[in-house]
Design a protein around this ligand. Sequence first.
Ligand code: ATP
Ligand code: MG
Length: 390
Amino acid sequence: MEKIILARIGEIALKGLNRSVFERRLAVNIRKMISDLGPAKVRWSQSRFYIEPEDDTFMFEDALERLTGVFGLVSVSPATVIPSEEEAVFAEAVAQMKQEMEKRTVRTFKVETKRGLKTFPLNSPAISAEAGGRILDAFPELTVDVKNPDVIIYIEVREQSYVYSQILPAPGGMPTGCNGKACLLLSGGIDSPVAGYMIGKRGVSICAVHFYSYPYTSERAKEKVLELASLVSRFTGPMKVMVVPFTDIQLEIHQKCRDELGTVLLRRSMMRIADRLARKNGCSALVTGESVGQVASQTMQAIYCTDAAAKMPVYRPLIGMDKMEVVAIAQKIGTFETSILPYEDCCTVFTPKHPKTRPMLSEIEEEEKRVDLAPMEDKAIAEIEVIRFD
Ligand code: ATP
Ligand code: MG
């Protein structure tokens, strides 16, 4: 008897000829995710991945936990592998029920069976019925409830048989690294780490750009952003973070331009710089954490003005979400607690009192002529600091 992890794929099972490319990528990602947890084999067949520990040093529970965060998987189950023989299968069904009852109060159950091995003497309903009978013999206090049971014991009879009682959800999406690369504009807020996670979920690798306004924002504010990058990279894979010194540009705009247009001008400069850095790093899109109407710089008109400064497409995975929905994801992926640490952000330092919520692109472009940002943007790019998370 052997304990393994079964992992199920979602959308990539629908792929046609390219399917094996996605599966191979997913196998690489799974291996990498658990590489420090001890020796295990990773193989796959028919929409399933099998993670098989090679000895008892393998940290099973940790692996299970980590796999629930792997993009491309929809669910994982700890399962017992046994020979496809009637007595072995029924005994294991009873053993798993016993384990479940040790963990929590169980009153009702059902057994669900899939039989792939046609030479097995019983068909699926007969296997379920017999296993259910054995469980009732062992635990007469239980009853069968096929509609809403406390526990489901799953039996799969193939070349070997698998018995399990837990199906833990995983995020779905596409395996990281199979869908190109994008550059995330990462602030220290709640939204942008979630935006990075969301685009990463579609298989996109990411690098990040952070605009940093020392000494108006502190060293600790930068550390907070790096911590967020590290948290997001646990899901999205290795991430290069480029920290751009932004103070001079902020001061220039603050001193020479109309206060009410300041934020949009600043965001346009961010877009121009991010676009150039993205290009250098092989990205084909920018990603931000904006959502319509959240703040003055995220009205439809303001986003229009900001977008016009970028040459590559700007993706905004949170565009139609409410803050509460974003917060829920931030909590789920573990970035929320870091995001709400109270360090100032470069945008809050020079935030105008009455930002214009409906700026016109023509007035923004006119205003931009008052400052010569191009050489300052060149200089900022030349002076970036690079940090890598692997
Ligand atoms: P967040 O919670 O992500 O900080 P926000 O609601 O505070 O977002 P803004 O400050 O208007 O909104 O920023 C909108 C988006 O612009 C952010 O989601 C992020 O993608 C990008 N951005 C803002 N400030 C920075 C920064 N200092 N460095 C890099 N990107 C930034
Ligand atoms: Mg912000």
